[in-house]
Design a protein around this ligand. Structure first.
Ligand code: MSP
Length: 505
């Protein structure tokens, strides 16, 4: 199977926009990191990728947090937004756009979108009476509660009675369900798809799309006493960022080729409300929604009160940016719930990076320096199976990317590095140097091919390390599908230790 680079795909990759009441923790950074890795991979394959992330800044929860912090809500959101931007920069995340829901362009377009819904008569005024959890910024019914408390925040929701505008969700759920069933809108993994279909079977009520008592929000068109319900405007970030309601060509190009990456807690909003709102406005629903699981840390839910929140910046300080990215993505398959065992980070770092890939790279380059004067030797086909392993690994990694299986992709990459190590152990180049110069040359050339392949495959995960490998091989450090065989005589460069071994403790 050949790498499919012939068709230049258009891909729009999004993350949830993060509430700015919290500081960025690995639960947030994880999704953005995954989006970054996917974007880098597909960009390098020649696809036209647009990667969006950002912050969710309106609503009662944010207003309350600003008040607790004793600053104006504008100052608070600005400060907190910067923390997210800093965290993403620190982790080498290369997004194409960062949206904030307080951006003027977003606020304006949300107004236009709601006008459209009004024109299409899918909004009606009503009285909302019920329960609301500010932590979730979501409405609950008695049957959703556990011991009278919100199942996520474990606190009693507020009783609310206010005049609101409602969205006629009931008019669109049939079509939403149909699109999920015929897979024109993919909900993944399968368990999440089933969860959404079950919700639809149980029946989803019309929902309120405005709030009377929340001032920190976008004014509801035509009724200044109301603001737009925070979820309804937050979801729209995915299209306002492309200038959908400003007639921007980016919308034509990237929508609906979207891949929405989300956490499983926000599935209902994305898989039911969002497509219904789009259909109601006469727009196409997204193509693919993938919900990942939740992190626990050392077996416990990550929470500020337990003090076990993993700070991504501290992780990058301790292990380096590339290794921090690797450690986060190699914990468990994307999609599953998983436990992050901090105590095992050192072990994993040493095993996979310091003694694994890092050691292989320096081992091979040292041998080439010693036995071939630092120049790429002549390749001879058919001596080792490493070139074939490279092609197979490339195919397997490509397929894993299509299925968003980054953990599995990393497994394939590690297996290639292991195969190269085994080849060194078996062929013993230091002995070939004494008695079989031709085979020595073939083996080392194949090992260099593996390093070149690793620099391509690792690039989306560990951009800096991949670049260092490429530079050591005299490649220009950009990632492409170019021939990976190094030309005979190519001068190689020493590589600085990629992943210095960590001592215990
Ligand atoms: N603002 C909304 C999303 C609006 S999208 C139009 C929101 N924000 S959030 O900051 O509370 O959560 C953002 C994402 O972080 C969610 O996808 C959530 O699942 C994820 N995580 C928060 N804690 C998490 C873990 N402990 N583990 C994994 N992801 C978790 O919801």
């Amino acid at each position: 199977m050949k790498d499919k680079k012939a068709s230049r795909g258009v891909r729009y990759i999004t993350t949830p926009i993060y509430y700015v009441n919290d500081k960025p923790h690995i639960g947030h950074v994880y999704t953005t990191l995954v989006a970054d890795v996917l974007s880098r991979w597909w960009r390098a394959r020649g696809d036209d990728v647009f990667f969006l992330t950002g912050t969710d800044e309106h609503g009662a929860k944010i207003a309350e947090s600003a008040q607790e912090a004793g600053v104006s809500v504008e100052e608070f959101t600005e400060r907190q937004r910067q923390r997210f931007k800093d965290a993403f920069a620190k982790l080498d995340v290369a997004y194409d756009a960062f949206i904030s829901t307080t951006d003027e362009a977003h606020e304006r377009q949300v107004g236009v979108f709601l006008e459209k819904l009004k024109e299409r008569s899918v909004i009606y005024a009503g009285e909302y009476r019920g329960l609301y959890c500010t932590g979730c910024e979501d409405f609950y019914t008695e049957k959703d509660l556990i011991d009278g408390t919100c199942p996520i925040h474990k606190r009693k929701p507020e009783e609310i009675a206010e005049k609101n505008y409602f969205f006629k969700l009931s008019q669109f759920v049939g079509e939403v369900g149909q699109r999920i069933r015929d897979r024109s809108m993919l909900i993944e993994p399968a368990a999440r798809r089933n969860e959404v279909l079950a919700l639809l079977r149980d029946g989803m009520p019309d929902f309120s799309i405005s709030r009377e008592k929340v001032q920190w929000g976008i004014p509801f068109p035509g009724d200044q006493a109301q603001t737009v319900y925070v979820w309804v405007e937050a979801l729209q970030n995915y299209i306002t960022a492309l200038g959908a309601l400003d007639g921007d060509a980016r919308f034509e190009k990237y929508w609906p080729h979207s891949l929405h990456l989300i956490g499983k807690d926000i599935l209902k909003f994305h898989a039911i409300w969002w497509p219904a709102l789009l259909l109601a406005a006469g727009m196409e629903p997204p193509k693919r929604i993938f919900a990942h699981g939740f992190f626990t840390v050392n077996g416990q839910k990550m929470s500020k009160s337990l003090g076990n929140v993993i700070d991504p910046l501290a992780l990058a300080e301790k292990y380096g940016v590339d290794a921090a990215r690797y450690l986060l993505l190699s914990q468990f398959p994307f999609g599953d719930d998983g436990d992050v065992q901090e105590a095992k980070f050192d072990e994993k770092y040493n095993a996979d990076l310091a003694n694994g890939i890092g050691n292989l790279v320096s081992r091979v380059l040292t041998m080439v320096t010693k036995f071939c004067g630092g120049e790429a030797p002549e390749a001879i086909d058919g001596v080792t199976d490493l070139p074939k392993r490279c092609t197979e690994t490339r195919d397997a990694v490509s397929a894993a990317f299509e299925a968003l299986r980054l953990y599995e992709a990393l497994g394939e990459i590690r297996a290639l590095a292991t195969a190269a190590d085994e080849t060194v152990d078996r062929e013993k180049p230091w002995e070939l140097a004494k008695n079989d110069a031709t085979r020595l040359s073939a083996v080392l050339a194949d090992l260099l091919t593996v390093l070149a392949e690793l620099s391509v495959l690792l690039a989306p995960f560990m951009p800096e390390a991949a670049k260092k490998i490429a530079v050591a091989l005299g490649r220009d450090g950009t990632v492409g599908d170019g021939a990976l065989r190094l030309p005979k005589g190519r001068a190689l460069h020493a590589v600085p230790s990629l992943f210095p071994r960590r001592q215990k403790g």
